[in-house]
Design a protein around this ligand. Structure first.
Ligand code: 5GP
Length: 187
């Protein structure tokens, strides 16, 4: 039976890099493309990183019960997993990987139970996150503080996940993820 792998993490933990790595390992895993009502950034394309919807369209789909889970992160900024996306991938006999926030990840795990593995990616420490944000230099000190507070809050969800991967060293974290997922898919 095809399986589901869920990745959640505070921002800056390096979750996307681990997912990209996993998709290249020939494990018959496909990425679940989420829907969002935020605007595309940079080179992002509809149907690649996300399905970009207007807030109105997103609300209509909520009303039509089209989402497995969704959240309104800020006013009119929705993110959600479409049931049709997951069903399509599973119908192809492929495993599914999700990049979702902590609440979304726990909701998906609750729905799929043992068919799903929930992985929490832990950044090295708040101190390292702070250094990364300060070095990046794109945020004011107040914004940095609010991002760090959010990261700390999100880290408190870790014990509710099946496993936590510490992302201090990328190569080590990649090896760990590969072993966890390979074992889970063979089980
Ligand atoms: P970004 O706007 O940077 O692409 O994503 C912001 C956050 O939304 C990330 O933590 C990402 O994991 C989360 N996210 C993306 N898609 C979904 C989804 O379908 N459901 C939920 N709950 N969160 C999502």
């Amino acid at each position: 039976m095809a399986k589901l792998i869920i990745f959640s993490a505070p921002s800056g933990a390096g979750k996307s890099t681990l997912i990209r790595f996993l998709l290249e390992q020939g494990l018959n895993i496909r990425f679940s493309i989420s829907a969002t009502s935020r605007k595309p950034r940079g080179e992002e394309k509809n149907g690649v990183e996300y399905y970009f919807l207007t807030p109105e369209e997103f609300r209509r789909r909520i009303a039509d019960n089209e989402f497995l889970e969704y959240e309104e992160v800020y006013k009119d900024k929705f993110y959600g997993t479409l049931k049709s996306e997951v069903d399509r991938i599973l119908a192809e006999g492929m495993n599914v990987v999700f990049d979702v926030d902590c609440i979304g990840g726990l909701n998906i795990k609750k729905i799929y139970g043992d068919q799903a593995l929930s992985i929490f990616v832990m950044p090295p420490s708040v101190k390292v996150l702070r250094e990364r944000l300060e070095k990046r230099g794109t945020d004011t000190p107040a914004v940095i503080e609010s991002r760090l507070a959010k990261a700390e809050y999100e880290m408190s969800f870790a014990p509710q996940f099946d496993v936590t991967v510490y992302n201090g060293d990328y190569n080590q974290a990649k090896a760990e993820v590969l072993k966890l997922v390979t074992d889970f898919l063979m089980d």
